[in-house]
Write a protein that binds this ligand. Structure first.
Ligand code: PLP
Length: 408
């Protein structure tokens, strides 16, 4: 049988002539490093231009380009003077960088469980873990979905703890018209080429506070009395990102269109539900989240993901809970070789650091059932129909037809 080429799912990233031209123009400047300086020359660099543009895009006073979001998160904690003995609360459901950055500053990660509806920590779960050592909270705006952080923001202000948003997935995501990443003290974005605004590699830190911005500037490029780094964003990467920024809105609206179509075509499906963004929000759709019915066995879900992948549909599991990650369970526990026993002895805390044996029931349950679908433009109606057909075929082949009854 002839294979239909139109059924090929779209891949990402897509670089085009405009990006090549931007690279060429940057080469002409004869310097590919945005060196820091005190005379404002930095502003003429491509990184400087991107920072300005990004600030106006997200409506944040200051933006600082870095090599990637992992460096950005690390630098954010350094700029806030998070150090040995300090505790930082972070969701157990995120990418490793959201929590490994805490180890990089020799501070102690304290995990919290997530809320079923939002996939971010509830205020109640945060309250249970707060101690006098808590200095910051890191919230990840997962997959670009924007959630209401107002209670968390108020709590952080009352308790005088910093709020850092890991907005690595959320370029072009808004909650009530405010860009995600600008609600807390610092927001961090990733331009890794899998992200919706790709630049090979790259990251951006945003803040509205001048003191933090100045400290970030100095720490980024060997400029502070405190331990400083080379975490600079390259000029070529900045050129690609800058030239891609103008496409972002249109690409997001296409992602939204496909997501709504998929949601409609699955209708009241009992097997698989699309999580569409909430009212008053707009989502970057870095990934579309699908949730499998909790009556379906893990084995079936695993087989389903593999089946879809064999049929060239980029559906995947997201992550495992971070508390079981090896970074938090080695005997030598912090980056400078400090042992966990040292922390327990010298920095008494009510929080238990036996990460591996901690229980996060909501994350544990949801993470086996939450699937991420790549939804990059361009996709056709044929792709969406093919998706539905594949679901139907899988259900029939596995005697799960009762879950299929409502598929249109
Ligand atoms: C939530 C989250 N934070 C941070 C990062 C790290 O980004 P980068 O690759 O730019 O370091 C990622 C990467 O996928 C991520 O998903």
């Amino acid at each position: 049988m002839k294979k239909n080429k139109n059924l090929k799912w779209s891949t990402w990233p897509k670089y085009d002539k405009k990006n090549f031209k931007a690279l060429k123009n940057t080469f002409k400047k004869n310097s590919l490093v945005a060196w820091g300086d005190k005379k404002g020359l930095f502003k003429n660099s491509t990184v400087g231009k991107l920072e300005k543009k990004f600030s106006s895009f997200v409506n944040s006073r200051y933006s600082k380009g870095v090599g990637n979001a992992t460096q950005g998160l690390h630098l954010a904690l350094a700029a806030l003077n998070i150090k040995l003995g300090d505790e930082v609360i972070v969701s157990v459901y995120s990418f490793i960088s959201s929590a490994s950055c805490i180890l990089m500053q020799n501070a102690t990660p304290v995990f919290v469980d997530i809320e079923k509806e939002t996939l971010i920590p509830s205020l109640e779960s945060i309250k249970k873990k707060i101690t006098i050592r808590t200095k910051a909270l890191i919230i990840t705006n997962l997959f670009g979905y924007a959630e209401d952080l107002s209670k968390i923001i108020k709590f952080c202000k009352d308790k005088k703890i910093f709020l850092i948003e890991d907005a690595s997935h959320a370029h072009g995501s808004f909650f009530k018209k405010q860009h995600v990443g600008t609600f807390g003290d610092i927001g961090v974005f990733s331009f890794n080429e899998r992200k919706v605004l790709p630049g090979g590699d790259g990251g951006m830190i945003v803040t509205n506070k001048k003191k933090i911005s100045d400290k970030l500037y100095r720490l980024r490029s060997f400029g502070d009395n405190d331990l400083s780094y080379n975490f600079r964003l390259g000029e070529l990467n900045a050129a690609i990102i800058l030239s891609k920024l103008s496409n972002l809105k249109q690409e997001i609206s296409l992602r939204r269109k496909y997501s709504i179509k998929l949601s409609k075509i699955l209708g009241n499906d009992l097997f698989l539900k699309v999580r569409l963004p909430k009212k008053n929000t707009s989502c970057s759709f870095y990934r579309l989240i699908l949730e499998v019915n909790n009556k379906i066995s893990k084995k079936h879900i695993f087989n389903f993901v593999n089946y879809m992948r064999r049929n060239k549909i980029p559906l995947n599991f997201t992550w495992k809970p971070l508390n079981i990650h090896s970074h938090f369970n080695d005997k030598i526990y912090l980056v400078n070789g400090i042992k966990k026993s040292f922390i327990l002895k010298n920095f008494k805390t009510k929080n238990n650091l036996d990460y591996k044996n901690q229980k996060y029931p909501v994350a544990k349950d949801l993470l086996t059932r939450i699937l991420e679908l790549e939804i990059h433009p361009p996709l056709s109606s044929k792709n969406i129909i093919h998706f539905k057909k594949m679901v139907k075929k899988f259900l029939l082949a596995n005697n799960l037809n009762t879950y299929e009854q409502k598929i249109i």
